[in-house]
Write a protein that binds this ligand. Sequence first.
Ligand SMILES: C[S@@+](CC[C@H](N)C(=O)[O-])C[C@H]1O[C@@H](n2cnc3c(N)ncnc32)[C@H](O)[C@@H]1O
Length: 243
Amino acid sequence: MAQTHFGYQTVDESEKARRVRGVFDSVASKYDIMNDVLSMGMHRAWKAYTVAVANVQPGQQVLDIAGGTGDLALAFARRAGKVGRVVLTDINEAMLRTGRDRLLDHGLVLPTAACDAERLPFASASFDLVSVAFGLRNMTHKDTALAEMNRVLKPGGRLLVLEFSTPVAALRKPYDWYSFKFMPLMGKLIAGDEQSYRYLAESIRMHPDQAALKALMQAAGFAHVDVHNLAAGIVALHVGIKC
Ligand SMILES: C[S@@+](CC[C@H](N)C(=O)[O-])C[C@H]1O[C@@H](n2cnc3c(N)ncnc32)[C@H](O)[C@@H]1O
């Protein structure tokens, strides 16, 4: 059995998906509040920037992968309008259920599918835009997932990957303290779950940096990839075009 990383641990590939599911089953009900606390609200600005870059037009077909509680899907749906279509997907039913409830609270009913990004149940060349926010680092085979995202995009379509990345050197020490001390402590106090937030910090460190992710996207078929660093590289938005 091939091995992979779950945070800093080495586990069988089949074990990783099960453990990632455990993390998001555990955090689903507290996910939104924890996002606000841990990012000090900044995740809203990162997502707003992503939505601005996406520039979704009325009538477009959009797929949000690992969409969780639906922040991006909600913003995209408002722009795609009634003639467009935004599909919210995630591998985790607890996260998806929370997202669907939130969308309903905003008066929106979107097509929703529980699916693995590595095996997307959509026809080739069917979307104008695909997004994945803070989801890619949890996937076992990132190359397979990126190739699937490429497959379902129309030629000329864009993939937006918003993900934690590698900050500038001056930030690394305080960022390490924040990640390995503050985040697990907040996880324990607010969500009663220190372990999941330790995994969050570790999974961020194990994720490819800006240049490595760009290379992965190019290998998956995105001929042109732009990298936008946000918060001094703590987060990066990669925009790939399927040519
Ligand atoms: C940190 S949450 C991000 C949720 C949302 N996109 C956001 O930005 O708030 C990561 C999500 O990735 C999902 N995920 C993990 N592995 C996945 C996979 N292989 N396919 C699809 N979704 C996956 C998790 O279930 C979880 O909902």
